[in-house]
Each structure stands twice: as C-alpha cells, then as structure tokens.
Ligand binder design. Sequence first.
Ligand SMILES: Nc1nc2c(c(=O)[nH]1)N[C@H]1C(S)=C(S)[C@@H](COP(=O)(O)O)O[C@H]1N2
Ligand SMILES: [Mo]
Length: 198
Amino acid sequence: MAIVNRGFVGRRDRDAARLPPGQYRTFDFPVLSAEPTPTVTLENWTLAVQSSRHRVHKWNWAQFQELPHEDIVTDIHCVTRWSKFETRWRGVSFDTILAELPWAADDFVMAHCHGGYTTNVALADLVGGRGWIADSYDGEPLAAEHGGPARLLVPHLYFWKSAKWVCRLRFMSTDTPGFWESNGYHMHGDPWTEQRYS
Ligand SMILES: Nc1nc2c(c(=O)[nH]1)N[C@H]1C(S)=C(S)[C@@H](COP(=O)(O)O)O[C@H]1N2
Ligand SMILES: [Mo]
C-alpha cells in the first residue's frame, strides 16, 4: 500500500515552485551593469518626478529620507536566468510617491538613471505595494554597485526593470521602450510567463 504524505513538501520542491520557468537559484548577489558605476554623492543626489505635462517635483536626499519607508523581503529574477530568494530592502513605495504627488500619475513611467540607462514600467506594475525606490539593502545603505544611493525595485518583473542610480521618474501617457526594451527585451517582463524578449 502506498503511503501518501499529504501536505509534505520537501525543500527542493518548495524552491522549485518559487523559481519562475528557466531560472536557477543563486546565493550570491551578481552585479549587472551596462555602464560603469557612477559616483553619486548624497549631497548631489536628487530624485525628480515629472508628469506628462512637464510639471516637476524634486526631492533632495534629506527630503527623501523624510518620506515613509517600508521594509520589503522579496525574490528577484534576472533575465540572464539567476534568481535570488528573500532579498531584504528598505524603500519608499510608489503608493507613497503618488500620495505625495497625485498630479504626477499617468499610465506609464520611464525611469531615468545617472549614466543614461532607462527602463519603462506601467503604473499598474508599480502601485499596490509592488514598486519602490529602494535606498537600503540587507540593513545597510544600498551599495553603489547595486544602484546606490537609490534604485527602482520592481521585483515581480525581470530585474532589468529595477533601474539602478535612478534620478528621474518621467510619467507618460503612452508606453515607450527604454534601453533594453529598444534592444529587443520585452516591454513588460513578467518572469512567470517568460516575457524575456519581444
Ligand atoms: N542603471 C542601470 N540599472 C540597471 C542595469 C543597468 O545596466 N544600469 N541593469 C539591470 C539589470 S539587467 C539587472 S539584472 C539589475 C542588476 O542589479 P544588481 O547589479 O544590483 O544585481 O539591474 C538592472 N538595473
Ligand atoms: Mo538582468
């Protein structure tokens, strides 16, 4: 007679269920940058938020630190097939940003970075506790190589959407490709349906 162990799931099966198709789990934290790491000091740091009607608001570092921050624990998935489980961040959610600047909202966002990298994300993918500007990782200020002082964090999409060294969030009424999206990457980038390339 077969013994059926209802409810028992081995660790390997749990890990497998957490991995989107075509991904493997890594335990280190790879650095993927198309450009050299820019030097951005806290004194010079600003984050500009620009509406599609060209209205702009800028936070400096001290002002940004005043905004409510939250802790995020999440898995991340790079299109080059590594995934990292249970990464720990702290940041300001897009829900908070839009509560502060309701006039900025529009259907799409282009994240612009020091060094020129850009990536497009739909507003629907950023609100509802799914998108942040992260300024801390694992209890420490975000390291420069990982996008410090601050980066986008949109962990339910492939990690190329999580723009490092973000300096401007430009809201748009139409979806426009960013850097990798112009070079064949998918406009949306859902890892669970393998939206790798378009
Ligand atoms: N500015 C900028 N942001 C970027 C990139 C980049 O090249 N430049 N690479 C993206 C890609 S492809 C990935 S996988 C992640 C890597 O983040 P990490 O270096 O912290 O692992 O950053 C994303 N954000
Ligand atoms: Mo990536």
